[in-house]
Ligand binder design. Structure first.
Ligand code: PEP
Ligand code: MN
Length: 300
């Protein structure tokens, strides 16, 4: 870790860069998060129907995603909004994995549901509204599943890392951090995307960092730009909301990409991912030369 951060993050011995001698690679099915491969996680905000989920799974798989996202238990700001399909949603996610080979990430909201969700999911998502729920973090850690830890909407980087530390202290080394935007005075966007937070996290911790441009933006028009910014800041992957018909989505339609928009974004991201490989040459474990050139030559 850079010296200037030593004191600031002094209470976080386990998550600090250098604590393990190398960066953390989180194993999921037959791949890893935090290494050479840029990982895209995509899918609907909520699991709605079999048709919606399976069509989305096939589509994002063909476009290069490795992980299917989809909420079965939904934390909603309004008690009257759709709360998720629960166990039916988990079963549909497992069916989508069976059909496509995609890994599954889905949120667990309550300590009570951890073992149920862990039976179906490859990665447990801890949502922004739950980031400081320490009993949930402990239970999720003890499930042994990798944890996608979303930054709380009013959490500092140190708060996020404290929550990560709780998971590590409970015997689970496989934490993936997620920047999804924070609350500021700005109201034109749902949240404010903290790209500097991603860059900082890559400097101070050995844990992988994923960018969620969808919840940061709140508007689908901004999602590709925020995805590019996330990659440029050093993110190890993306978490993106995709829906077959966003205008009819049961949650977060305004920020969801349709299939054509997702394809367009993925194609446009390719050169940015290639550049990330070059820029981060010293930081990534076991990486290969993207073009066979020395990085200094490759960027010319
Ligand atoms: C989500 O991923 O759909 C979600 C609810 O995210 P967050 O916890 O970041 O609001
Ligand atoms: Mn959502």
């Amino acid at each position: 870790m850079r010296e200037i951060w030593q004191d600031y993050f002094a209470e976080l011995p386990e998550v600090r860069l250098g604590a393990r001698g190398q960066r953390t690679l989180v194993p999921v099915l037959d791949f890893a998060i935090g290494g050479e491969e840029f990982i895209t996680m995509a899918g609907p905000c909520s699991v709605e129907t079999e048709r919606q989920l399976i069509a989305t799974a096939h589509h994002v798989h063909r476009a290069g995603a490795r992980v299917l996202r989809g909420g079965a238990f939904k934390p909603r700001s309004s008690p009257y909004a759709f709360q998720g399909l629960g166990v039916e949603g988990l079963k549909l996610l497992a069916a989508a994995r069976h059909e496509t080979g995609l890994a599954i990430v889905t949120e667990v909201m309550s300590e009570r549901d951890v073992s149920l969700v862990a039976d179906y999911a490859d990665i447990l998502q801890i949502g922004s509204r739950s980031m400081e729920n320490y009993s949930l973090l402990e239970a999720a850690a003890k499930s042994g599943r990798p944890i996608l830890l979303k930054r709380g909407m009013v959490a500092t980087i140190a708060d996020l890392l404290h929550s990560a530390q709780i998971v590590l202290e409970n015997g689970n080394p496989n934490v993936i951090l997620c920047e999804r935007g924070i609350r500021t005075f700005e109201t034109a966007m749902r949240n404010t995307f903290d790209a500097a937070g991603i860059a900082l996290l890559k400097q101070v911790t050995h844990l992988p960092v994923i960018a969620d441009p969808s919840h940061a933006a709140g508007h689908r028009e901004l999602v590709p730009a925020l995805a590019r910014i996330g990659i440029a800041a050093g993110a190890d992957g993306l978490l993106v909301e995709v829906h077959p018909n966003p205008d009819k989505a049961w949650s977060d339609g305004a920020q969801s990409l349709d299939f054509a928009e997702f394809d367009g974004m993925m194609a446009a991201l390719e050169p940015w991912i290639e550049l990330r490989d070059i820029a981060c040459i010293e930081e990534r474990p076991n990486r290969r030369e993207p073009s066979g050139l020395h990085p200094a030559e490759a960027v010319r």
